[in-house]
Design a protein around this ligand. Structure first.
Ligand SMILES: [Zn+2]
Ligand SMILES: [Zn+2]
Ligand SMILES: [Zn+2]
Length: 331
């Protein structure tokens, strides 16, 4: 009895899985194109399945992996700006375009920038005779540091379209005392001095706008004489400047301390730098020697040099104080 009960369901199952042709269907799962289908006889069952969506990418819209139907639009690339290390890159798909940015000179050379503020720097003064620096026995001099005080920095549209003029006014005051040992020397003397001045250069290329002293003999303050064209990362721009200087000096009467005679010279220089740069340009650099002027430049026969000079051609960055004009204007 027990044996018969077990056999019955087995027979039933067998009968159901047979079709008219007498084969067992081999079902292939439904897709979005066809319902569940028997691969032997083609008989179908039920409905087609949902599409198998693949999410949209920057290049392709959302699409069905089976039938290829699309939905919507491709995403747009989300571009991250090029850096000094990486080119312009899509944050979604990683696609890159172009090259990394070329490293600006000032970054490559670890140049850091200061705020423009009142300061003191040494200046140089020497006795001279016939255009030469000379030692005079029985005479010497002592210099004080030159004091720089800055006026209001202004920015105005330039005559050159698309450019602005940044005006930086400042005064320099400095003094020196000349000593004469009257037992040794009692004659006349000449002197010359050099006080520190700013140079102008470009953050990106490190090139210097030729300085007025290198144009000795041409004179004047024509803008065109101090301008320089730069090319950087596909852009061409020019930086120019003019420097207006008015100097004055006064001297005390001789004073005496036994056989030592001494008098004090006071010097003042009114300086105005007008720096002309493209609107929104952030690459103009002012710089000055950290140790001021250590020797007198007579500059009688200085030659105009048209060769390109870099800001650090003479020394290392630590020898200078650098100011970035865009920082100064925005303060
Ligand atoms: Zn079948
Ligand atoms: Zn599909
Ligand atoms: Zn992308």
């Amino acid at each position: 009895m027990k044996r018969k009960l077990i056999l019955l369901p087995i027979i039933c199952t067998f009968a159901i899985s047979l079709n008219g042709c007498g084969h067992e269907h081999v079902w292939v799962d439904a897709t979005c194109l066809v319902p569940k289908t028997c691969s032997e006889c083609g008989e179908t069952e039920g409905e087609v399945a949902d599409h198998k969506w693949v999410e949209a990418s920057c290049e392709k819209a959302k699409y069905c992996d089976v039938c290829g139907v699309t939905d919507g639009e491709p995403l747009s690339h989300e571009w991250l700006d090029a850096t000094y290390e990486e080119p312009k890159t899509c944050s979604l798909c990683g696609l890159t375009e172009g090259e990394p940015l070329p490293t600006p000179y000032c970054i490559e050379n670890n140049i850091t920038f200061q705020n423009l503020q009142d300061m003191e720097l040494p200046f140089a003064m020497d006795f001279t005779e016939n255009g030469q620096i000379v030692d005079i026995e029985g005479m010497w001099l002592e210099t004080e540091k030159a004091k720089f005080s800055f006026g209001e920095i202004t920015s105005n549209p330039s005559e050159m379209e698309g450019y602005i003029d940044i005006t930086i006014p400042y005064q320099v005051h400095f003094s020196a005392t000349v000593y004469q040992d009257t037992n040794i020397y009692n004659g006349s003397y000449g002197w010359n001095l050099t006080f520190p001045k700013f140079s102008v250069g470009d953050y990106y290329t490190g090139l210097v706008v030729p300085d007025r002293s290198s144009y000795t003999g041409r004179g004047g303050s024509d803008f065109a004489e101090f301008t320089k064209d730069y090319e950087w990362n596909g852009n061409v721009y020019s930086i120019g400047y003019s420097n207006i200087e008015e100097t004055s000096s006064s001297q005390s009467d001789w004073d005496y301390n036994e056989n030592i005679a001494f008098k004090t010279y006071n010097f003042a220089a009114d300086e105005t730098y007008i720096i002309t740069i493209p609107n929104d340009f952030d690459g103009a650099i002012l710089y000055i020697k950290k140790n001021g002027s250590s020797e007198v430049h007579l500059g009688n026969d200085e030659v105009i040099e048209e060769t390109e000079a870099h800001m650090l051609d003479e020394h290392e960055a630590e020898y200078y104080i650098f100011y970035r004009l865009s920082d100064i204007i925005n303060n």
